[in-house]
Design a protein around this ligand. Structure first.
Ligand code: PAF
Length: 288
């Protein structure tokens, strides 16, 4: 089955549903990988993870207007559909679903019903990008309803997003298993992101320092420095000295992003910075 597939590019939700329905009648399982396009190795690794867990794989490309807190960011978000199609044609994906805005938001993006998780979305990135996670949840619920996958796959670079999606699925009883794939990095350690292409040459040289810095903090914590508050505060100063504009650097409980107590062993160091106009996020999960 794997080698026989040919990528089918669709933008019509009825046709897509009909195809998925026929797979389900054949008892074939369906994994779904949502993206906003500009595909890089990080996305491709998620597609491979999907392929290893289901009979059929659907990828979507949709630059979702409701998750951008700044209009400018939406307008300039990179788009490269032809290149994305050729990248997906090299691996055995069944369908690329690339709908237009009206297909996803029949009443318009401004008048869309909003799904709002009340707790996780208020922290960390949620503070700096108001409404962002509501937009993510609101678009995903639509794609989940159209595709009705057995599995959906997300990248760990967007750590907070995964927790929001897991909570959403549990809270409203969607029968979808959420899988996550590890962060893919450039050789110098920079986490892959569609936004990296906007870094200037100079910024691109500085960018890997972000991950190096986070690794160093995790080492310090493992060497028994558990004064998280001081580490976080000091981090902001040091990142600034390296040329970043830090938004936050936090040590949190890996399951719920709450502030850890002394007994918590599963932690995540999670951070967001700006470098010039580009916003970078990264995280490292670790256990003590
Ligand atoms: O992670 C992303 O690229 C987006 O937030 C997603 C999950 C495709 C929803 O638009």
């Amino acid at each position: 089955l794997l080698m026989e597939r040919e990528l089918d590019v669709m933008n019509d939700k009825s046709l897509l549903r009909r195809q998925i329905h026929s797979w389900k009648e054949n008892k074939e399982s369906v994994a779904y990988v949502p993206t906003m396009g500009s595909l890089h190795e990080g996305h491709i690794s998620l597609v491979r993870l999907a392929l290893s867990h289901a009979d059929r794989v659907v990828v979507s490309i949709f630059i979702n207007p409701t998750q951008f807190d700044r209009r400018e960011d939406f307008k300039t978000y990179p788009s490269s559909l032809d290149l994305d199609i050729s990248k997906l044609s090299d691996i055995p994906v069944d369908i690329l679903f690339a709908p237009n805005i009206e297909t996803i938001y029949p009443f318009g993006a401004e008048d869309a019903t909003v799904i709002s998780e009340p707790s996780l979305t208020k922290k960390l990135c949620g503070k700096y990008r108001p409404g962002h996670f509501d937009g993510v949840a609101s678009v995903l619920i639509r794609f989940f309803n159209i595709i009705q996958p057995d599995i959906a796959v997300f990248g760990q670079k967007d750590y907070q997003q995964i927790l929001v999606v897991k909570r959403l699925v549990k809270d409203i009883n969607l029968p979808i298993k959420i899988l996550s794939g590890p962060i893919q990095r450039e050789v110098d350690g920079l986490a892959m992101s569609s936004r990296n292409q906007f870094l200037s040459d100079r910024e691109r040289l500085i960018a890997p320092e972000f991950y190096k810095f986070l690794k160093n903090i995790v080492t310090q914590i493992k060497e028994n420095n558990r004064n998280f508050y001081e580490l976080e505060k000091e981090s902001l100063r040091e990142l600034q000295a390296k040329g970043f504009k830090p938004e936050y650097v936090k040590v949190r409980h890996a399951d719920n992003l709450q502030e850890p107590n002394n007994e918590d062993r599963n932690l995540v160091l999670i951070a967001a910075v700006k470098l010039g106009k580009v916003r970078l996020i990264d995280n490292i999960c670790f256990s003590l």
